[in-house]
Design a protein around this ligand. Structure first.
Ligand code: GAR
Length: 197
């Protein structure tokens, strides 16, 4: 069996997608291991979930950096390289990244977004799908490029919108699909890219 690829996960809050990736990595035949969880938010609940599983989890608070977003991301980048990460998974990391960081991890950074991209980049995706009268909704795992929620799609999961759905019910029904999607997409990405990673 090939060695597991070291990955890091970036979060800003709850961390349920992070937890799904940690759980996937527990399987001996899953091709990744999580070497670091980082958050820009010291109060992110996901940090405690990671620590409880024995994963090194730290916050690098963005606030002391004020407007200097790149310096914050240079500090993140140093921590990620020190941890030995080869791939980054954004999992509810709610900051727009600087060109420095996007370039530094080009081809090696994945994101999960709660819409069927290219529909609804940005925020409030569930409400926007409802407001548009869509009959299906979903989530996307994609490579991160310089545009927000752009970049080549790796995989998508789809759910039907019911007549009585609200943004809350859609979000609740989509979340477990996001978890399975991210687990599968990361496995697929690493397997397909094995020769270049
Ligand atoms: C998830 O629904 C994820 O798709 C979304 O934030 C939530 C994080 O939840 N991400 C974005 O909106 C990124 N543009 P989690 O912290 O429980 O994984």
């Amino acid at each position: 069996m090939r060695a597991k690829l070291p990955i890091a996960i970036l979060i800003s809050g709850r961390g349920s997608n992070m937890e799904a990736l940690l759980n996937a990595c527990d399987a001996p035949d899953y091709p990744a291991e999580v070497v670091a969880v980082l958050s820009n938010n010291p109060d992110a609940a996901g940090l405690d979930i990671a620590r409880a599983k024995g994963i090194p989890a730290h916050a690098i608070d963005h606030r002391p950096f004020r407007q200097d977003r790149e310096s914050h991301e240079r500090a993140m980048d140093r921590a990620l390289r020190e941890a030995g990460a080869r791939i980054i998974c954004l999992a509810g990391y709610m900051r727009v990244l600087t060109p420095f960081f996007v370039k530094a991890w080009s081809g090696r950074m994945l994101n999960i977004h709660p819409s069927l991209l290219p529909k609804y980049p940005g925020l409030h995706t569930h409400q926007r799908a409802l407001d548009s009268g869509d009959t299906t909704h979903g989530a996307t795992v994609h490579l991160v490029t310089s545009g927000v929620d752009e970049g080549p799609v790796i995989a998508q999961a789809r759910i039907n919108i019911r007549p009585d759905d609200t943004a809350e019910t859609l979000s609740e029904r989509l979340l477990p699909k996001e978890h399975a999607l991210y687990q599968d997409a990361l496995r697929q990405f690493i397997t397909d890219q094995a020769s270049v990673l």
